[in-house]
Design a protein around this ligand. Structure first.
Ligand code: GLU
Ligand code: ZN
Length: 541
Protein backbone atom coordinates (compact mmCIF):
# COMPACT_ATOMS: atom_id res chain seq x y z
CA UNK A 1 0.00 0.00 0.00
CA UNK A 2 1.26 3.46 -0.85
CA UNK A 3 0.52 5.22 2.46
CA UNK A 4 1.65 8.60 1.21
CA UNK A 5 -0.89 8.40 -1.54
CA UNK A 6 -3.58 7.33 0.89
CA UNK A 7 -2.69 10.27 3.14
CA UNK A 8 -2.98 12.73 0.24
CA UNK A 9 -6.25 11.19 -0.77
CA UNK A 10 -7.76 11.58 2.71
CA UNK A 11 -6.29 14.94 3.66
CA UNK A 12 -5.34 16.75 0.43
CA UNK A 13 -5.08 20.14 2.11
CA UNK A 14 -3.36 19.26 5.37
CA UNK A 15 0.01 20.79 6.12
CA UNK A 16 3.13 18.78 6.70
CA UNK A 17 3.74 18.36 10.45
CA UNK A 18 7.18 19.93 10.08
CA UNK A 19 5.33 23.23 9.82
CA UNK A 20 3.91 22.84 13.33
CA UNK A 21 7.05 21.28 14.72
CA UNK A 22 8.86 24.46 13.74
CA UNK A 23 6.06 26.72 14.89
CA UNK A 24 6.11 25.29 18.41
CA UNK A 25 9.78 24.73 19.20
CA UNK A 26 11.16 23.28 22.42
CA UNK A 27 10.57 25.64 25.35
CA UNK A 28 13.48 27.51 26.73
CA UNK A 29 13.17 26.54 30.38
CA UNK A 30 15.51 25.86 33.26
CA UNK A 31 16.59 22.32 34.00
CA UNK A 32 13.86 20.59 36.00
CA UNK A 33 11.11 23.03 35.02
CA UNK A 34 7.82 21.21 34.53
CA UNK A 35 5.18 22.14 32.00
CA UNK A 36 1.80 21.16 33.41
CA UNK A 37 -1.71 21.79 32.31
CA UNK A 38 -5.28 21.69 33.48
CA UNK A 39 -7.44 20.56 30.59
CA UNK A 40 -11.12 20.71 31.48
CA UNK A 41 -14.13 20.52 29.23
CA UNK A 42 -16.13 23.73 29.36
CA UNK A 43 -19.23 22.10 30.76
CA UNK A 44 -19.69 24.14 33.92
CA UNK A 45 -18.12 25.89 36.84
CA UNK A 46 -15.17 24.49 38.67
CA UNK A 47 -16.01 22.68 41.92
CA UNK A 48 -13.83 21.58 44.83
CA UNK A 49 -12.93 18.37 42.99
CA UNK A 50 -11.47 19.95 39.90
CA UNK A 51 -10.20 22.94 41.82
CA UNK A 52 -8.01 20.45 43.66
CA UNK A 53 -7.18 18.67 40.39
CA UNK A 54 -5.90 21.96 38.99
CA UNK A 55 -4.13 22.97 42.21
CA UNK A 56 -1.72 20.08 41.70
CA UNK A 57 -0.34 21.02 38.26
CA UNK A 58 -0.35 24.73 39.13
CA UNK A 59 1.81 24.11 42.20
CA UNK A 60 4.17 21.69 40.48
CA UNK A 61 4.65 23.99 37.48
CA UNK A 62 5.42 27.04 39.56
CA UNK A 63 7.58 25.45 42.19
CA UNK A 64 9.84 24.22 39.38
CA UNK A 65 9.81 27.56 37.51
CA UNK A 66 7.81 25.90 34.80
CA UNK A 67 4.62 26.73 32.97
CA UNK A 68 0.98 26.19 33.87
CA UNK A 69 -1.41 26.00 30.94
CA UNK A 70 -5.19 26.11 30.92
CA UNK A 71 -6.31 24.18 27.86
CA UNK A 72 -9.94 23.80 26.99
CA UNK A 73 -10.94 20.37 25.75
CA UNK A 74 -14.16 20.83 23.91
CA UNK A 75 -14.05 18.11 21.25
CA UNK A 76 -15.76 15.26 23.07
CA UNK A 77 -18.43 16.86 25.13
CA UNK A 78 -22.01 17.46 24.32
CA UNK A 79 -22.85 19.76 27.20
CA UNK A 80 -20.58 22.64 26.24
CA UNK A 81 -21.59 25.97 27.77
CA UNK A 82 -21.24 29.08 25.60
CA UNK A 83 -19.44 30.94 28.41
CA UNK A 84 -17.83 27.78 29.77
CA UNK A 85 -14.28 28.99 29.23
CA UNK A 86 -14.79 32.24 31.12
CA UNK A 87 -16.52 30.43 33.98
CA UNK A 88 -13.58 28.11 34.48
CA UNK A 89 -11.01 30.83 34.01
CA UNK A 90 -12.68 33.14 36.49
CA UNK A 91 -13.04 30.42 39.08
CA UNK A 92 -9.35 29.60 38.88
CA UNK A 93 -8.45 33.26 39.01
CA UNK A 94 -10.69 33.79 42.04
CA UNK A 95 -8.42 31.34 43.80
CA UNK A 96 -5.34 33.25 42.66
CA UNK A 97 -4.11 30.48 40.41
CA UNK A 98 -1.28 31.74 38.30
CA UNK A 99 -2.15 30.84 34.73
CA UNK A 100 0.68 31.32 32.27
CA UNK A 101 -1.02 30.34 29.04
CA UNK A 102 -4.73 30.04 28.31
CA UNK A 103 -7.41 31.01 25.82
CA UNK A 104 -7.69 34.34 27.66
CA UNK A 105 -4.02 35.01 28.28
CA UNK A 106 -2.79 33.66 24.97
CA UNK A 107 0.70 32.21 24.67
CA UNK A 108 3.16 31.02 22.06
CA UNK A 109 1.81 27.47 21.99
CA UNK A 110 -1.85 28.18 21.28
CA UNK A 111 -4.61 28.10 20.33
CA UNK A 112 -5.61 26.76 23.74
CA UNK A 113 -9.08 25.64 22.73
CA UNK A 114 -9.13 22.29 20.99
CA UNK A 115 -11.86 23.05 18.49
CA UNK A 116 -9.62 25.86 17.22
CA UNK A 117 -6.89 23.35 16.47
CA UNK A 118 -8.67 21.33 13.83
CA UNK A 119 -6.07 22.10 11.16
CA UNK A 120 -3.29 20.98 13.43
CA UNK A 121 -5.02 17.68 14.16
CA UNK A 122 -5.56 17.14 10.48
CA UNK A 123 -1.84 17.51 9.79
CA UNK A 124 -0.99 14.97 12.47
CA UNK A 125 -3.72 12.62 11.31
CA UNK A 126 -2.32 12.77 7.80
CA UNK A 127 1.12 12.07 9.16
CA UNK A 128 -0.05 8.90 10.91
CA UNK A 129 -1.70 7.72 7.70
CA UNK A 130 1.46 8.45 5.73
CA UNK A 131 3.55 6.21 7.99
CA UNK A 132 0.99 3.41 7.85
CA UNK A 133 -0.31 3.75 11.43
CA UNK A 134 -3.80 5.03 10.69
CA UNK A 135 -6.46 4.19 8.17
CA UNK A 136 -9.96 5.27 7.21
CA UNK A 137 -12.93 3.20 8.33
CA UNK A 138 -16.16 3.47 6.38
CA UNK A 139 -18.18 1.11 8.55
CA UNK A 140 -21.70 2.30 9.27
CA UNK A 141 -23.24 2.49 12.71
CA UNK A 142 -25.22 -0.62 11.81
CA UNK A 143 -22.05 -2.50 10.87
CA UNK A 144 -20.52 -1.61 14.20
CA UNK A 145 -23.65 -2.55 16.15
CA UNK A 146 -23.73 -5.92 14.43
CA UNK A 147 -20.07 -6.41 15.26
CA UNK A 148 -20.63 -5.58 18.91
CA UNK A 149 -23.60 -7.94 19.17
CA UNK A 150 -21.62 -10.74 17.70
CA UNK A 151 -18.76 -10.11 20.10
CA UNK A 152 -21.17 -10.07 23.01
CA UNK A 153 -22.82 -13.38 22.12
CA UNK A 154 -19.43 -14.94 21.59
CA UNK A 155 -18.12 -13.40 24.82
CA UNK A 156 -15.24 -11.85 22.94
CA UNK A 157 -13.40 -8.64 23.56
CA UNK A 158 -15.54 -5.73 22.42
CA UNK A 159 -14.11 -3.34 19.85
CA UNK A 160 -12.67 -2.82 16.43
CA UNK A 161 -9.61 -5.08 16.26
CA UNK A 162 -8.10 -8.13 14.61
CA UNK A 163 -10.31 -9.71 12.00
CA UNK A 164 -13.16 -7.40 13.00
CA UNK A 165 -11.10 -4.47 11.71
CA UNK A 166 -12.40 -4.91 8.18
CA UNK A 167 -11.33 -1.56 6.81
CA UNK A 168 -7.68 -2.24 7.64
CA UNK A 169 -7.57 -4.19 4.43
CA UNK A 170 -9.16 -1.71 2.08
CA UNK A 171 -7.10 -1.04 -1.00
CA UNK A 172 -6.33 2.42 -2.29
CA UNK A 173 -8.96 1.84 -4.97
CA UNK A 174 -11.59 0.83 -2.37
CA UNK A 175 -10.91 4.02 -0.44
CA UNK A 176 -11.04 6.11 -3.58
CA UNK A 177 -14.36 4.58 -4.49
CA UNK A 178 -15.83 5.36 -1.08
CA UNK A 179 -14.55 8.91 -1.24
CA UNK A 180 -15.97 9.40 -4.71
CA UNK A 181 -19.28 8.16 -3.33
CA UNK A 182 -19.07 10.85 -0.70
CA UNK A 183 -18.97 8.21 2.06
CA UNK A 184 -18.03 9.49 5.49
CA UNK A 185 -15.14 7.90 7.32
CA UNK A 186 -13.51 7.90 10.72
CA UNK A 187 -9.78 7.60 11.03
CA UNK A 188 -8.58 4.67 13.11
CA UNK A 189 -5.29 3.76 14.72
CA UNK A 190 -3.69 0.67 13.24
CA UNK A 191 -2.82 -1.00 16.51
CA UNK A 192 0.15 -3.33 16.72
CA UNK A 193 -0.39 -4.28 20.35
CA UNK A 194 -1.24 -7.63 21.87
CA UNK A 195 -3.43 -7.70 24.99
CA UNK A 196 -1.83 -10.95 26.08
CA UNK A 197 1.39 -9.05 26.52
CA UNK A 198 1.82 -6.85 29.57
CA UNK A 199 4.06 -3.90 30.15
CA UNK A 200 4.98 -1.84 33.20
CA UNK A 201 3.76 1.73 33.32
CA UNK A 202 5.30 4.10 35.85
CA UNK A 203 2.80 6.58 37.20
CA UNK A 204 4.12 9.42 39.34
CA UNK A 205 1.35 8.95 41.91
CA UNK A 206 0.56 5.28 41.76
CA UNK A 207 4.02 3.91 41.06
CA UNK A 208 4.62 0.97 38.74
CA UNK A 209 1.47 -0.62 37.31
CA UNK A 210 1.26 -3.61 35.03
CA UNK A 211 -1.05 -3.05 32.07
CA UNK A 212 -1.95 -5.08 28.99
CA UNK A 213 -1.02 -3.72 25.58
CA UNK A 214 -3.72 -2.10 23.51
CA UNK A 215 -5.03 -3.88 20.45
CA UNK A 216 -8.10 -1.80 19.60
CA UNK A 217 -8.10 0.31 16.47
CA UNK A 218 -9.55 3.30 18.27
CA UNK A 219 -11.09 6.26 16.49
CA UNK A 220 -8.53 9.03 16.12
CA UNK A 221 -10.63 11.45 14.10
CA UNK A 222 -14.41 11.39 13.90
CA UNK A 223 -16.28 11.76 10.62
CA UNK A 224 -16.68 15.50 11.26
CA UNK A 225 -12.92 15.89 11.35
CA UNK A 226 -12.81 16.43 15.11
CA UNK A 227 -10.63 14.17 17.22
CA UNK A 228 -11.82 12.59 20.47
CA UNK A 229 -9.81 13.31 23.62
CA UNK A 230 -7.07 10.73 23.17
CA UNK A 231 -5.72 11.90 19.82
CA UNK A 232 -6.22 15.57 20.65
CA UNK A 233 -4.35 15.40 23.94
CA UNK A 234 -1.38 13.56 22.47
CA UNK A 235 -0.98 16.16 19.73
CA UNK A 236 -1.54 19.05 22.14
CA UNK A 237 0.71 17.81 24.91
CA UNK A 238 3.39 17.10 22.33
CA UNK A 239 3.19 20.55 20.73
CA UNK A 240 2.79 22.39 24.02
CA UNK A 241 5.75 20.44 25.40
CA UNK A 242 3.87 19.22 28.45
CA UNK A 243 6.28 17.39 30.72
CA UNK A 244 3.73 16.01 33.21
CA UNK A 245 0.20 15.05 32.31
CA UNK A 246 -1.85 15.34 35.50
CA UNK A 247 -5.36 14.03 35.10
CA UNK A 248 -8.10 12.05 36.71
CA UNK A 249 -7.37 8.53 37.78
CA UNK A 250 -10.18 7.26 35.56
CA UNK A 251 -7.84 7.62 32.56
CA UNK A 252 -5.57 4.83 33.80
CA UNK A 253 -7.40 2.20 31.80
CA UNK A 254 -6.82 4.17 28.59
CA UNK A 255 -3.09 4.46 29.19
CA UNK A 256 -2.20 1.46 26.97
CA UNK A 257 -3.98 3.08 24.05
CA UNK A 258 -2.55 6.53 24.75
CA UNK A 259 0.98 5.20 24.98
CA UNK A 260 0.61 3.29 21.74
CA UNK A 261 -0.44 6.53 20.14
CA UNK A 262 2.56 8.41 21.53
CA UNK A 263 4.79 5.62 20.24
CA UNK A 264 3.11 5.54 16.83
CA UNK A 265 3.99 9.20 16.41
CA UNK A 266 7.45 8.58 17.78
CA UNK A 267 7.10 11.54 20.16
CA UNK A 268 8.93 11.81 23.45
CA UNK A 269 6.39 10.87 26.09
CA UNK A 270 5.57 13.08 29.06
CA UNK A 271 5.38 11.74 32.60
CA UNK A 272 1.92 10.91 33.87
CA UNK A 273 0.35 11.57 37.26
CA UNK A 274 -3.10 10.08 37.68
CA UNK A 275 -4.82 11.84 40.52
CA UNK A 276 -7.39 10.25 42.74
CA UNK A 277 -10.52 12.34 43.03
CA UNK A 278 -11.44 13.90 46.35
CA UNK A 279 -13.70 11.65 48.35
CA UNK A 280 -16.01 12.29 51.24
CA UNK A 281 -17.02 10.17 54.18
CA UNK A 282 -20.78 9.91 54.12
CA UNK A 283 -21.81 8.00 57.21
CA UNK A 284 -19.90 4.80 56.89
CA UNK A 285 -19.30 4.92 53.19
CA UNK A 286 -16.60 6.71 51.30
CA UNK A 287 -17.74 8.16 48.01
CA UNK A 288 -16.78 10.71 45.40
CA UNK A 289 -17.97 14.22 46.09
CA UNK A 290 -21.19 14.99 44.35
CA UNK A 291 -22.45 18.38 43.25
CA UNK A 292 -25.95 17.36 44.24
CA UNK A 293 -25.31 15.89 47.69
CA UNK A 294 -22.48 18.15 48.79
CA UNK A 295 -23.42 21.81 48.56
CA UNK A 296 -20.00 22.81 49.89
CA UNK A 297 -18.43 21.30 46.76
CA UNK A 298 -19.66 24.29 44.75
CA UNK A 299 -17.40 27.30 44.57
CA UNK A 300 -20.44 29.55 44.89
CA UNK A 301 -21.04 28.03 48.32
CA UNK A 302 -17.52 28.98 49.32
CA UNK A 303 -17.95 32.52 48.08
CA UNK A 304 -21.32 32.99 49.78
CA UNK A 305 -20.07 31.68 53.09
CA UNK A 306 -16.83 33.57 52.83
CA UNK A 307 -14.53 30.60 53.10
CA UNK A 308 -11.10 32.15 52.67
CA UNK A 309 -9.45 31.09 49.45
CA UNK A 310 -6.06 30.87 51.10
CA UNK A 311 -7.51 28.47 53.66
CA UNK A 312 -8.86 26.28 50.88
CA UNK A 313 -5.44 26.25 49.29
CA UNK A 314 -3.74 25.42 52.55
CA UNK A 315 -6.23 22.60 52.88
CA UNK A 316 -5.48 21.42 49.35
CA UNK A 317 -1.81 21.44 50.26
CA UNK A 318 -2.53 19.12 53.18
CA UNK A 319 -4.65 16.91 50.92
CA UNK A 320 -1.92 16.84 48.29
CA UNK A 321 1.01 15.87 50.49
CA UNK A 322 0.63 14.09 53.81
CA UNK A 323 3.84 15.64 55.14
CA UNK A 324 2.77 19.23 54.45
CA UNK A 325 0.96 19.77 57.74
CA UNK A 326 3.95 18.80 59.82
CA UNK A 327 6.14 21.08 57.77
CA UNK A 328 3.74 23.99 58.24
CA UNK A 329 3.83 23.49 62.01
CA UNK A 330 7.61 23.77 61.85
CA UNK A 331 7.44 26.72 59.45
CA UNK A 332 4.37 28.66 60.55
CA UNK A 333 5.38 31.84 58.76
CA UNK A 334 6.06 30.29 55.37
CA UNK A 335 3.74 30.05 52.41
CA UNK A 336 2.65 26.69 51.04
CA UNK A 337 4.53 27.71 47.92
CA UNK A 338 7.77 27.26 49.87
CA UNK A 339 7.01 23.59 50.48
CA UNK A 340 8.46 21.03 48.11
CA UNK A 341 5.48 19.04 46.87
CA UNK A 342 6.02 15.62 45.38
CA UNK A 343 3.73 13.20 43.62
CA UNK A 344 4.83 10.20 45.64
CA UNK A 345 3.36 11.77 48.77
CA UNK A 346 -0.07 11.93 47.19
CA UNK A 347 -2.85 9.68 48.37
CA UNK A 348 -3.17 6.43 46.46
CA UNK A 349 -6.68 5.87 47.73
CA UNK A 350 -8.08 9.36 47.30
CA UNK A 351 -7.93 12.31 49.65
CA UNK A 352 -10.88 12.73 52.00
CA UNK A 353 -12.52 16.12 52.15
CA UNK A 354 -13.41 17.08 55.68
CA UNK A 355 -15.23 20.35 56.28
CA UNK A 356 -14.28 20.37 59.95
CA UNK A 357 -10.64 20.20 59.02
CA UNK A 358 -11.00 23.02 56.52
CA UNK A 359 -12.80 25.03 59.22
CA UNK A 360 -9.91 24.57 61.63
CA UNK A 361 -7.33 25.43 59.02
CA UNK A 362 -9.33 28.52 58.22
CA UNK A 363 -9.59 29.60 61.87
CA UNK A 364 -5.87 29.22 62.19
CA UNK A 365 -5.19 31.08 59.00
CA UNK A 366 -7.41 34.03 59.93
CA UNK A 367 -6.03 34.19 63.46
CA UNK A 368 -2.55 34.78 62.09
CA UNK A 369 -3.49 37.69 59.84
CA UNK A 370 -3.19 41.31 60.82
CA UNK A 371 -6.48 42.96 61.77
CA UNK A 372 -6.17 45.25 58.75
CA UNK A 373 -5.84 42.21 56.48
CA UNK A 374 -8.92 40.62 57.98
CA UNK A 375 -10.70 43.92 57.43
CA UNK A 376 -9.79 43.94 53.73
CA UNK A 377 -11.04 40.39 53.28
CA UNK A 378 -14.21 41.08 55.23
CA UNK A 379 -14.74 44.25 53.24
CA UNK A 380 -14.41 42.43 49.93
CA UNK A 381 -16.72 39.63 51.00
CA UNK A 382 -19.41 41.77 52.63
CA UNK A 383 -19.52 44.17 49.69
CA UNK A 384 -21.20 41.38 47.81
CA UNK A 385 -22.84 39.23 50.44
CA UNK A 386 -23.75 41.60 53.28
CA UNK A 387 -23.86 45.16 51.91
CA UNK A 388 -25.48 46.63 55.05
CA UNK A 389 -22.73 45.33 57.23
CA UNK A 390 -20.23 46.47 54.64
CA UNK A 391 -21.48 50.02 54.97
CA UNK A 392 -21.22 49.92 58.73
CA UNK A 393 -17.67 48.63 58.84
CA UNK A 394 -16.57 51.14 56.24
CA UNK A 395 -18.18 53.98 58.16
CA UNK A 396 -15.97 52.99 61.08
CA UNK A 397 -12.97 51.51 59.37
CA UNK A 398 -10.26 52.17 61.95
CA UNK A 399 -12.61 51.28 64.76
CA UNK A 400 -13.51 47.98 63.05
CA UNK A 401 -9.85 47.16 62.59
CA UNK A 402 -9.34 47.80 66.31
CA UNK A 403 -12.28 45.55 67.10
CA UNK A 404 -10.81 42.83 64.91
CA UNK A 405 -7.53 43.35 66.67
CA UNK A 406 -8.82 42.35 70.11
CA UNK A 407 -6.71 39.44 71.31
CA UNK A 408 -5.12 39.11 67.89
CA UNK A 409 -1.44 39.98 67.65
CA UNK A 410 -0.32 37.80 70.52
CA UNK A 411 1.22 34.40 71.00
CA UNK A 412 -2.10 32.58 71.15
CA UNK A 413 -4.49 34.69 69.13
CA UNK A 414 -8.24 34.16 69.33
CA UNK A 415 -9.71 31.78 66.81
CA UNK A 416 -13.40 32.53 66.98
CA UNK A 417 -14.30 32.63 63.33
CA UNK A 418 -13.39 30.51 60.33
CA UNK A 419 -15.37 32.19 57.58
CA UNK A 420 -16.10 35.83 56.77
CA UNK A 421 -19.80 35.16 57.14
CA UNK A 422 -19.23 34.34 60.82
CA UNK A 423 -17.42 37.52 61.74
CA UNK A 424 -20.51 39.67 62.17
CA UNK A 425 -21.89 37.22 64.66
CA UNK A 426 -18.79 37.78 66.77
CA UNK A 427 -18.51 41.55 66.64
CA UNK A 428 -21.98 42.97 65.91
CA UNK A 429 -22.48 44.29 69.44
CA UNK A 430 -19.54 46.63 68.95
CA UNK A 431 -21.65 48.68 66.52
CA UNK A 432 -24.52 50.86 67.72
CA UNK A 433 -26.19 50.42 64.35
CA UNK A 434 -26.65 46.75 65.18
CA UNK A 435 -27.24 47.17 68.89
CA UNK A 436 -30.97 47.64 68.97
CA UNK A 437 -33.85 45.45 70.05
CA UNK A 438 -31.33 43.52 72.04
CA UNK A 439 -32.29 40.93 74.60
CA UNK A 440 -30.22 40.57 77.73
CA UNK A 441 -29.75 37.38 79.60
CA UNK A 442 -28.46 38.11 83.08
CA UNK A 443 -29.11 34.55 84.19
CA UNK A 444 -29.98 34.19 87.85
CA UNK A 445 -29.36 37.85 88.65
CA UNK A 446 -32.57 39.77 89.01
CA UNK A 447 -32.84 43.02 87.15
CA UNK A 448 -33.01 45.24 90.24
CA UNK A 449 -29.81 43.75 91.50
CA UNK A 450 -28.23 44.24 88.07
CA UNK A 451 -29.27 47.87 87.96
CA UNK A 452 -28.01 48.48 91.47
CA UNK A 453 -24.61 47.03 90.62
CA UNK A 454 -24.30 48.88 87.37
CA UNK A 455 -25.33 52.20 88.86
CA UNK A 456 -22.83 51.83 91.64
CA UNK A 457 -20.20 50.96 89.04
CA UNK A 458 -20.90 54.08 86.98
CA UNK A 459 -21.17 56.41 89.97
CA UNK A 460 -18.25 55.25 91.99
CA UNK A 461 -15.81 53.10 90.04
CA UNK A 462 -15.87 53.42 86.28
CA UNK A 463 -13.13 55.65 84.87
CA UNK A 464 -12.34 55.38 81.20
CA UNK A 465 -8.72 56.32 81.82
CA UNK A 466 -7.93 53.38 84.06
CA UNK A 467 -5.34 50.92 82.94
CA UNK A 468 -6.24 47.27 82.93
CA UNK A 469 -5.01 46.47 86.45
CA UNK A 470 -6.76 49.44 88.00
CA UNK A 471 -9.89 48.63 86.04
CA UNK A 472 -9.95 45.14 87.42
CA UNK A 473 -9.11 46.24 90.97
CA UNK A 474 -12.15 48.46 90.82
CA UNK A 475 -14.36 45.62 89.67
CA UNK A 476 -13.10 43.68 92.65
CA UNK A 477 -13.91 46.55 94.98
CA UNK A 478 -17.33 46.84 93.41
CA UNK A 479 -17.81 43.12 94.04
CA UNK A 480 -16.95 43.43 97.69
CA UNK A 481 -19.16 46.44 98.19
CA UNK A 482 -22.08 44.49 96.72
CA UNK A 483 -21.46 41.36 98.77
CA UNK A 484 -19.70 39.35 96.08
CA UNK A 485 -16.35 37.72 96.70
CA UNK A 486 -13.40 39.36 94.95
CA UNK A 487 -11.34 36.27 95.51
CA UNK A 488 -12.34 33.24 93.47
CA UNK A 489 -10.60 30.85 95.81
CA UNK A 490 -12.37 32.17 98.88
CA UNK A 491 -15.62 32.04 96.99
CA UNK A 492 -15.17 28.44 95.94
CA UNK A 493 -14.34 27.41 99.49
CA UNK A 494 -17.34 29.15 101.05
CA UNK A 495 -19.86 30.02 98.36
CA UNK A 496 -22.63 30.47 100.93
CA UNK A 497 -20.86 33.42 102.48
CA UNK A 498 -21.32 35.50 99.31
CA UNK A 499 -24.01 36.53 96.86
CA UNK A 500 -21.63 35.50 94.14
CA UNK A 501 -18.13 36.26 92.92
CA UNK A 502 -16.22 38.82 90.92
CA UNK A 503 -16.89 36.61 87.91
CA UNK A 504 -20.61 37.28 88.29
CA UNK A 505 -19.99 41.01 88.53
CA UNK A 506 -17.81 40.99 85.42
CA UNK A 507 -20.45 39.01 83.65
CA UNK A 508 -23.19 41.46 84.55
CA UNK A 509 -21.12 44.26 83.06
CA UNK A 510 -20.34 42.10 80.04
CA UNK A 511 -23.97 41.23 79.34
CA UNK A 512 -25.06 44.81 79.91
CA UNK A 513 -22.62 46.03 77.30
CA UNK A 514 -22.73 43.22 74.76
CA UNK A 515 -25.71 40.98 75.68
CA UNK A 516 -23.30 38.06 75.49
CA UNK A 517 -21.98 35.81 78.21
CA UNK A 518 -18.73 35.16 76.45
CA UNK A 519 -16.73 37.76 74.60
CA UNK A 520 -13.10 38.54 74.05
CA UNK A 521 -11.31 40.64 76.64
CA UNK A 522 -13.87 42.87 78.41
CA UNK A 523 -11.35 45.58 79.21
CA UNK A 524 -10.48 45.96 75.53
CA UNK A 525 -14.13 45.94 74.57
CA UNK A 526 -14.88 48.71 77.04
CA UNK A 527 -11.84 50.62 75.94
CA UNK A 528 -13.06 50.54 72.34
CA UNK A 529 -16.70 51.27 73.14
CA UNK A 530 -15.67 54.39 75.04
CA UNK A 531 -17.34 56.25 77.87
CA UNK A 532 -20.33 57.66 76.07
CA UNK A 533 -21.49 54.40 74.62
CA UNK A 534 -20.85 52.55 77.83
CA UNK A 535 -23.00 54.98 79.80
CA UNK A 536 -25.70 54.80 77.13
CA UNK A 537 -25.74 51.05 77.16
CA UNK A 538 -25.82 50.91 80.94
CA UNK A 539 -28.72 53.34 80.96
CA UNK A 540 -30.49 51.22 78.41
CA UNK A 541 -30.90 48.26 80.74
N1 GLU B 1 -10.61 16.90 29.20
C1 GLU B 1 -10.23 15.91 30.14
C2 GLU B 1 -11.16 15.97 31.33
O1 GLU B 1 -11.82 16.96 31.53
C3 GLU B 1 -8.85 16.19 30.62
C4 GLU B 1 -7.96 15.04 30.75
C5 GLU B 1 -6.52 15.52 30.75
O2 GLU B 1 -6.19 16.36 31.59
O3 GLU B 1 -5.74 15.08 29.91
O4 GLU B 1 -11.24 15.02 32.06
ZN1 ZN C 1 -14.59 -0.11 9.09
Amino acid sequence: MDYKKLADLLYPNAKDISYYENLYPERNLMEGAEVCRFAPSPTGRVHMGNLFASFVPEIIAHQTNGVFILRIEDTDQVRILPNGIELIYNDLKAYNYKIDESPLDGGAYGPYVQTERKEIYEAYAKYLVSIGRAYPCFCSAEDLDAMRERQQTRKEQIGYYGHYAKCRNLSLEDVEKHLNNGDKFVLRLKSIGDPDKKFVFKDLVKGAIELPQNNIDQVLIKSDGIPPYAFAHVVDDHLMHTTIVTRDDSYISSVPYHLELWDAFGFKKPKFAHILPINIKDGNIIRKISKRKDPWAAISYHHENGIPIEAVKLYFATLMNSNFEGWLLQNPDKSYRDFKFTFDKMSKTGPLFDMEKLTNISKNYLSKLKASEVFELLDEWSKEYDPDFNKIINNHKDYTINVLNIEREQKKPRKDFAFYSEIKNHIWYMFDELFDNVVYDFGVNNIDEVKKIINLYIDKYYDENDDKDTWFDKIKKLSEECGYSSDMKAYKENPDNFKGSVADISNIIRVALTTKNTTPDLYEIMHLLGKERIINRFNNI
